[in-house]
Design a protein around this ligand. Sequence first.
Ligand code: 5CA
Ligand code: ZN
Length: 424
Amino acid sequence: MDAWRGPEVPDLPGRGPEPRLRDTATGELTVAATGRDASLYACGITPYDATHLGHAATFTAWDLLVRAWLDAGHHVTYTQNVTDVDDPLLERAERDGVDWRELALRETDRYRRDMEALRIVPPAHLIGAVEAVPLIDRFAERLAARGSLYDLEGDTYFARCADPAFGALSGPDSAPGLSLAQMTALSAERGGDPDRPGKKDPLDVLVWRAERPGEPAWDSRFGPGRPGWHVECAAIAVEFLGAAFDVQAGGSDLVFPHHEMSASHARVACAADGRVFARVYAHSGMVAYQGQKMSKSLGNLVFVSKLRDSGTDPMAIRLAILAHHYRSDWEWTPEVLTGATTRLTRWRTAVSSATGSARAPGVPAVDDVLRTVRERLAEDLDAPGALAAIDTWADAALTAPGSVPLADARLIRDTADALLGIAL
Ligand code: 5CA
Ligand code: ZN
């Protein structure tokens, strides 16, 4: 499907350092891309409700990575999916008496407009689950060829025992260190069915769900039905990025089971291809509202589109997000937005107050500001640290008005734009 119109990304003088991310599997700061080509798979939305601030924060985090990669001279290949058929989408369509396809189209469209307004660099491949059904079917054939699938009353399950490395991302020997009991509890919370009788293992997951009355279905080698969630992302990632790629990204609610299972599927399907799936796993913290994780199922949502409709500058929304480190959990409050709006105004006033040809003493050299912003972002996307560097410059420029050279203001503007996605 089409993505959205990308923002202009200005060229900055020189090159940024190699971005590093805290890898969820190891807990260690790891170089995000080792070759010239940098590849990213970010799990996308399930379009049954408009983009909320939690989604926006998560996709802004990956946008910082894309921008830091471009600035470091990488060629970036970015793939994102849209889960445009799944249980929650069908349930919402049923509840609201709308066609599930219409609901998915409408909300995907709203998401595109929100992403464009937030100046998110679009993925090269935005792939819907529905359009990916044929390639998911081919991927599932590879799983079947390895003897990893079994039938349960017409549904097709993946036997996790087919993957000796199961748990490499989140299991007992990884940094998250989840026990099997914790995994089972999480799978019940997050769309799995550990208690279904007849499964070989509670953690086995659906790869193909046989058609149910009233549900959409597609033909496949397993009969009519629809794909499971984890195989959707495994198949799309492998198709568009290859069996091995650099970074798999998503919110921390996707560590288990979703990312563990997608990686596990890929390891089994691509066993002959050497190192398989993501080298680094990046997970963003959860944005809360009114004391609880902002979630479509709870309904405690702040929508990007509603904020925009009520006149909020999308750059203030973006700055509100960037004031928090992407891995931290944080709460959206009216004060967060007020703080961001004040910062945006200060930055805009500072860059537009430039008239001088010589820099006043006490105003930081802009080359140093650029270097600091680059360094902060390259170190696990430390956006708050990057904002602080521009704050220091803006505060000094505002206390010594008229003494900021135009060229300095231009470089600050380009730095905020290229690396932070903030148009001043
Ligand atoms: N379609 C699947 C991924 S394949 C999905 O999780 N969709 S979603 O619409 O529920 O979420 C889209 C992305 O936003 C995921 O990376 C998810 O982890 C993230 N996300 C969801 N809620 C929040 C939140 N409250 N705070 C931060 N990120 C969130
Ligand atoms: Zn996914």
